[in-house]
Design a protein around this ligand. Structure first.
Ligand code: F6R
Length: 235
């Protein structure tokens, strides 16, 4: 596990974008794992700029997002589909059918989860996965107590996570209770992982990765078992 401390949020965003840029130059048909949330907003801005400058093309790229809420339509402002469209997809040349997120409105959610894993596999697996981290150590929406053997699955969001995400909804009670998320095993199969964390509120969480052992009670600790993880962080 490689730790890179940065002084500013911009520095973190630029460094992460540079890693993705290099990945796309070396392998234009890369499969990228994407995250949403506040942390990667600056990263997406940087990536869009790289694209605008003509440095990278997404014409042959496939992306797979970590998660999506259950019960929210893709077109709704609060969906992760919409987040990705606004922050990345509408600014780049990715073919619409190459940008994948779980369908939180699927009639058969279990089937949707299995389909999502299959799709990742059919595309050759994830080359480079971006992660954020919840204050409680969640990655994707894998909350404390999630088995490390999980593949894409349906989760009940922790109360803390719903509170943290309430700022994106008109009212806290509108934050969905369920989501579809890549499982820990799905995430761990990515060939390379970049985790971004910025701010005082994440300092304790990162310390726990460094100081504690590997436990399902602290999902991000699984990353210590991965051969190629870089954590770019600051506060
Ligand atoms: C988002 C995701 C979550 C977030 C985490 C941190 O797709 O999977 O694990 O990365 O909740 O969110 P922020 O960046 O808003 O602090």
């Amino acid at each position: 596990m490689k730790w890179i401390k940065v002084n500013t949020y911009d520095e973190m965003s630029k460094m992460a974008a540079a890693i993705f840029e290099k990945q796309l130059i070396e392998k234009p048909q890369s499969v990228l794992g994407m995250a949403t949330g506040g942390t990667p907003e600056g990263f997406y801005k940087e990536l869009v700029q790289c694209h605008m400058k003509g440095d990278i093309s997404f014409a042959e790229v496939n992306t797979f997002n970590l998660d999506e809420y259950v019960g929210i339509a893709a077109e709704e402002a609060t969906s992760y589909h919409n987040y990705m469209y606004e922050h990345l997809f509408k600014h780049i040349n990715i073919p619409r059918q190459n940008a994948h997120l779980p369908n939180g409105l699927a009639e058969d959610l279990e089937k949707e989860c299995a389909y999502y894993d299959k799709l990742i596999e059919q595309n050759g697996g994830i080359d480079l996965q971006l992660l954020g981290i919840g204050v409680n150590g969640h990655i994707g929406f894998n909350e404390p107590g999630t088995s490390f053997q999980t593949r894409t699955h349906i989760v009940e969001l922790a109360e803390k996570t719903r509170q943290d995400n309430a700022k994106y909804f008109p009212e806290e009670k509108e934050v969905p209770k369920l989501a579809i998320t890549m499982g820990i095993e799905t995430i761990m199969e990515a060939k390379r992982i970049i985790l971004l964390a910025f701010g005082e509120n994440k300092t304790e969480t990162l310390k726990r990765i460094q100081q504690e052992g590997i436990s399902e009670e602290f999902p991000a600790s699984c990353l210590k078992n991965h051969p190629d993880v870089t954590i770019i962080y600051g506060s």
